[in-house]
Write a protein that binds this ligand. Structure first.
Ligand code: GLV
Length: 326
């Protein structure tokens, strides 16, 4: 019998990660290009040492109960709101994520969306493809300037911080709000200004969200917050959909409380609030934040190493619930 750990993987990962897993574990997996149902996950993970799952897999206590010998849940994502951490901790199951490797890539995506919404790139692209374009016009598709505008960062973790040099490359003024404020010397060296959330919303031309999803941040932006924003402001969300009250955002867009939005994440992925499919002033991407070959490979290898370490009885490097070892 092989002494390699048994791992169940819920969907194919980049080739290098697949090689690593095939080499180091006895791997069973979903070979189809779709996500699994709860019943299929429960079925697949019976008796394995490690579960390697995705942000689209909701791992709750019922799933965890399906395998009393499970040694780890390794998430292929930095966010882990898809996993019931309390339930895993109560069962002494370590949970891991993939921090750090996707920081720059996700900030690039946030900035790409910001630029797209400001300069109406996707909207212009759609128009050109209708073949209705009659040539250059002085008043066509006028957008808003990014250079010298004010960017408000809601959350200043790794990805939020990574937005700062990008924004400063465009001579933007950067405001931030975060649960914990930086020290005055850090603020000075990064050249960012702390604001309470309301003030940040009132002052920013672009608001970009970079907080984690949890009970405190759910619907952090709702009707009241949209009413504080500038009518010319654009909202960028590459964090998690439920941080924004999507229905309230639609209302704010329809009533002109805000000018537009550039979104990579949604409350009920893969579904959007129906109006969003039709709105020209909204850029919608299919959750691509970490979506480069290099970054997805690094995430895959990191998730695999986390999974393998815990399966072998070691403390995994990117543990999110150290209490599981108490
Ligand atoms: C992607 O959304 C991630 O959390 O890694």
């Amino acid at each position: 019998m092989s002494d390699k750990p048994k791992i169940f993987l819920t969907r194919e990962l980049p080739p290098q990660t697949m090689e690593l897993l095939q080499d180091q574990s006895v791997l069973t997996m979903n070979h189809e290009d779709r996500y699994l149902t709860k019943a299929e996950i429960m079925d697949g993970m019976r008796g394995v040492d490690g579960l390697l799952c995705l942000l689209t897999d909701a791992i709750d206590d019922e799933i965890l109960a399906a395998n009393p010998v499970l040694k780890v849940v390794a998430n292929f994502a930095v966010g882990f709101n898809n996993i019931d951490i309390e339930a895993a901790t109560a069962r002494k199951i370590p949970v891991t994520n993939t921090p750090g490797v996707l920081t720059e890539t996700t900030a690039d995506m946030a900035f790409a969306l910001l630029l797209d919404a400001a300069r109406r790139v996707a909207e212009g692209d759609r128009f050109v493809r209708t073949k209705a374009w009659q040539g250059w016009g002085p008043l066509q598709f006028l957008g808003s300037d990014v250079s010298h505008a004010t960017l408000g960062l809601v959350g200043l973790g790794r990805i939020g911080k990574s937005m700062i040099p990008r924004a400063q490359g465009f001579s933007m003024k950067v405001l931030y709000w975060n649960r914990t404020r930086l020290s005055p010397s850090e603020e000075a060296s990064l050249q960012v200004t702390y604001c309470e959330l309301d003030e940040l919303l009132q002052q920013s031309d672009f608001v970009s969200i970079h907080v984690a999803q949890n009970a405190e941040t759910r619907h952090l932006l709702g009707p009241r917050e949209f009413s504080l924003m500038k009518p010319e402001a654009l909202l960028v969300n590459t964090a998690r959909g439920p941080i924004v009250d999507e229905k309230a955002m639609v209302t704010a867009l329809q009533s002109g409380q805000i000018a537009g939005a550039a979104l990579d994440v949604y409350e009920q992925e893969p579904l959007l609030e129906p109006e969003l499919y039709e709105m020209e002033n909204v850029v919608v991407a299919p959750h691509l934040g970490s979506g480069t070959i290099g970054t997805r490979t690094k995430m895959g290898n990191m998730a695999a190493e986390n999974c393998l370490a815990a399966c072998r009885g070691q403390r995994p490097p990117n543990l999110v619930n150290p209490q599981a070892y108490d």
